[in-house]
Design a binder for this molecule. Structure first.
Ligand code: PLP
Length: 445
């Protein structure tokens, strides 16, 4: 295989059968579409090239900066593509949560700007949000940036509708799989592949996977967050299911250790979500002689996620297993043990409590700097989790009010601290967003 430029190596990724003795589905052939084998390492290589191509060709040899709201694989692919064409790349994001990816982007020559988004991802309807304002300015007539606009650009979807989807059909000898399973970030890959498959056979079923509420799987969104994505259309999916970070890591470990696939967390989440969902389909096929085919996407590789795994499953990296962890609580435990306080009650508690609560804001430092509850202290959730194990900066005698963007993460921490014996920890219902919407005062750093 000889190429004149690396972009010619994008696409035509392998479709690999998963050994049935690993997934245990007796009547279903399960295949992995290895998008991680694209040259820049992920499912985003195709849309990045498709979205950037018109800009890059127009400006090649000239001056310019490609810009995208991305903290992950899109940014990685665009940084490489911009460099290849003699242009600069700037990644604008709310918060870079995976340190290896941030360092890799810097190595690739990207400029990173972390803006104080009020929630953790772009909400195009929130005109007060600095991230939203930046996004709007990029689309304005005065913008000098080359904006690829992955959350709204139809080329994101088309790259998969003309590439990934047809390749799957070709590699299945012209047949369409009965099931297609994909994690949802910008919704580009799931929407594009679903479109291509349905053109061949509308009976294909599409399962979209999102992250559990208040959990974090790098590259994909929670069910609330996907509503803010311009390309997301619920009609694309026959069903939407959620997966946890523990599922993602379990699936990743199975793909790595049993299948020889060096998958990252979302590939693991797709595998785990697929097997869970297909188990009942498989049971229904017993004794019928029927067989089905399913395909899921492995989006990227494992190496960039070692700190993500270390934080959640240190025993996999040879360290001691952690005692107390927010991710080990089930949703039922969180509901049973987490205490909630509504905005009005929280304000009374803060004004008249004896003693008054310590207010801890778990959001990122930029969001905190932009607007926060007066008198609150900022301990970003990753650090707070670390402190839960190593020592919190307040005693059990101090009542604590925890606040996060929408009140989900803070509820998990409230449940965890209650379980650890802290007598009075409450979570602000609806988070800082509900506080703001109730007209309660917020201050700027
Ligand atoms: C690791 C990873 N998995 C899955 C996805 C989801 O892909 P899409 O944006 O096509 O929905 C992304 C998107 O950035 C990703 O980076």
């Amino acid at each position: 295989m000889r190429y004149d430029t690396i972009t010619e190596a994008i696409g035509n990724t392998p479709l690999v059968r998963i050994d049935p003795s690993v997934h245990g589905l007796g009547h279903i052939d399960l295949f992995a579409k290895l998008e991680m084998l694209n040259p820049f390492g992920s499912v985003k290589d195709r849309p990045a090239w498709s979205m950037a191509r018109p800009h890059l060709q127009e400006r090649a040899g000239g001056d310019g900066t490609v810009v995208e709201l991305s903290s992950g694989n899109t940014a990685k692919a665009l940084a490489l593509l911009a460099g290849l064409h003699g242009l600069r790349f700037k990644s604008v994001t709310n918060r870079m949560r995976v340190p290896e990816i941030k360092e890799l982007l810097l190595l690739l020559g990207a400029e990173i700007e972390e803006l104080p988004g009020q929630s953790e991802c772009l909400d195009p309807t929130d005109t007060d949000d600095p991230l939203t304002r930046f996004h709007q300015a990029l689309s304005g007539p005065d913008s000098t940036y080359l904006h690829t606009d992955q959350y709204f650009n139809p080329r994101n979807v088309e790259a998969h509708a003309t590439g990934t989807g047809p390749e799957i059909v070709k590699d299945l000898d012209g047949r369409v799989p009965d099931w297609f399973i994909a994690c949802v970030g910008t919704a580009g890959s799931s929407t594009g592949v679903a479109r291509a498959l349905r053109e061949h056979d509308p009976r294909v079923r599409v399962l979209g996977l999102v992250a559990d509420k208040a959990d974090f799987i790098p590259g994909i969104r929670t069910i609330d967050e996907v509503q803010q994505v311009g390309l997301f259309d619920p009609a694309t999916y026959d069903s939407l299911a959620s997966v946890s970070s523990q599922d993602a890591i379990d699936g990743m470990v199975t793909l790595i250790r049993r299948c020889g696939l060096l998958s990252g967390p979302t590939g693991g989440a797709a595998y785990q979500g697929a097997v869970r969902h297909l188990a009942s389909v498989d049971a229904g096929l017993a004794g019928t002689g029927g067989r089905r085919t399913a395909v899921f996407i492995v989006c990227d590789r494992a190496e960039s996620y070692l700190s993500y795994v270390r934080r959640r499953r240190p025993e996999l990296l040879g360290a001691a297993r952690r005692g107390h962890s927010v991710t080990s609580l089930t949703d039922a435990e969180v509901r049973a043990e987490g205490r909630i306080v509504e905005v009005d009650d929280a304000r009374r508690w803060m004004a008249d409590g004896d003693p008054r609560p310590l207010v801890v804001d778990l959001r990122g430092p930029h969001a905190y700097a932009a607007l926060h509850i007066e008198g609150s202290v900022n301990i970003v959730d990753e650090l707070f989790e670390e402190l839960v194990r190593t020592g919190l900066p307040f005693s059990k005698r101090t009542p604590v009010l925890l606040a996060c963007p929408v009140g989900e993460k803070s509820l998990r921490y409230a449940a965890l601290l209650t379980r650890m014996g802290h007598p009075d920890v409450r979570s602000l219902a609806g988070g800082v967003v509900a506080w703001r919407d109730a007209g309660a005062p917020l201050v700027r750093e």
